[in-house]
Design a protein around this ligand. Structure first.
Ligand code: IPM
Ligand code: MG
Length: 382
């Protein structure tokens, strides 16, 4: 047992040093890329696993239609990136194979299908690896239910918290296991800044800081305090504090939920509550997700690869709405507001007002291709 303790202590020292080095790198951060000033943009398109290839193929068709002129002029390039499949990752023993990562780093932004994470073992989730490798620190997830007055945007911290060392906890076999949660000064400051900037630039008047600082006193306590420091630079915006448990209840409380606007929260709480929020909007198949860093950005569906649908032969019946919303977020991010607006309008017609072709996730509904045909017809009218 003494040996296990020694090993754990050594491991902890190494982790601490590594995280402090990360803090230093963040402190030297450069200015964010300005897409409006770029004359060539490469969009990487990654199918992923399970239902991923099916829904991403449809999102690609939509991009090809929306960006027809930009593609023809070479202003935008779509680059298909293969190899981010579970089989390949398991065969190579790498959550993101080196050649795939190199191809990804050659792009400016990515449209990515869901990737399956093996349970247990030591293989990290490809998402977590990519968020870390590309330093995609802001996970932005909008959720809207107009008829209920809901218009929320979640700013989930995406590179630290419970995730950064989630595959590197310590264990005294048969006795105990311990994982680590990390909150850093610059890591929190940058997500808080992103949330408040978004609020300021979009006429929002309230940012809700969500933690469990009464229990996780160091990590969440610092997260909340740093968010309040940043809030002081935004006098027109109210910053309020909530614990994650009551916020989970608030989101299903019709009496108050429409008063929330922007949320900023640590990684794991953000993961959980954005699934809840997406379900309120109509299901996890309906919400898009942006992973944004200063240099790269990755856009994806909020949901996973749905292996059960594949087992049941229902892959073609997967709902592409979430990846299409992610596509809209991607277009906004690369300063293509007009095509983004067209897509938003078409999604509103096809998913909310008209709903002439409906995807149900099984054979009772349309396939993702049929839904996309319907969406493309509508796009032509907008
Ligand atoms: C998400 C997903 C990921 C996460 C998984 C796939 C690692 O649930 O993007 O919300 O936990 O962040
Ligand atoms: Mg999640």
């Amino acid at each position: 047992m003494q040996e296990s303790i020694e090993r754990a202590v050594d491991q902890f020292r190494a982790l601490l040093e590594e995280q402090l080095a990360r803090v230093q790198r963040m402190e030297r951060a450069e200015a964010a890329k300005d897409f409006a000033g770029m004359d060539r943009i490469t969009i990487g398109v990654i199918g992923g696993d399970g239902i991923g290839p099916a829904i991403v193929a449809q999102a690609r068709r939509v991009l090809e239609s929306l960006l027809k002129d930009e593609l023809a002029l070479g202003r935008v390039t779509l680059k298909q990136i293969d190899g981010l499949t579970l089989e390949n990752r398991l065969a190579l023993g790498k959550s993101v194979p080196d050649d795939v990562l190199a191809a990804i780093k050659g792009c400016d932004v990515l449209l990515k299908g869901p990737t399956t994470t093996p349970k247990g073992g030591t293989m990290e989730s490809a998402n977590v690896t990519l968020r870390r490798e590309l330093d995609l620190y802001a996970n932005v997830r909008p959720v809207r239910v107009p008829e209920a007055g809901i218009d929320w945007v979640f700013y989930r911290e995406n590179t630290e918290g419970e995730y950064v060392l989630g595959s590197r906890g310590v264990e005294v076999p048969g006795r105990l296991a311990m994982d680590f949660k990390v909150t850093t000064q610059p890591g929190t400051r940058r997500i808080a800044r992103a949330a408040f900037e978004y609020a300021k630039n979009n006429g929002k008047t309230r940012v809700s800081i969500v933690t469990k600082a009464n229990i996780m006193k160091k990590t969440d306590g610092n997260f909340s305090a740093i968010c309040h420091e940043v809030a002081a630079d935004y006098p027109g915006i109210e910053a309020d504090d909530w614990y994650i448990d009551i916020m989970a209840a608030n989101l299903v409380n019709p009496a108050i939920r429409n008063q929330f606007q922007v949320f900023v929260l640590p990684n794991l709480y953000g993961d959980i509550i954005t699934d809840e929020a997406a379900q309120i909007q109509g299901g996890v198949g309906t919400a898009g997700s942006a992973n944004i860093g200063d240099r790269y950005a990755m856009f994806e569906a909020i949901h996973g690869s749905a292996p059960r649908m594949i087992e049941e032969g229902l892959g073609d019946y997967a709902n592409p709405a979430s990846i299409l919303r992610a596509t809209e977020l991607l277009l906004r991010h690369i300063a293509m507001a007009k095509p983004a607006e067209r897509l938003a309008k078409a999604l509103e017609i096809c998913c909310e007002t008209e709903r002439a072709v409906v995807v149900t996730g099984d054979r009772s509904g349309a396939t993702c291709r049929e839904f996309t045909d319907y969406l493309l017809q509508n796009l032509d009218q907008i």
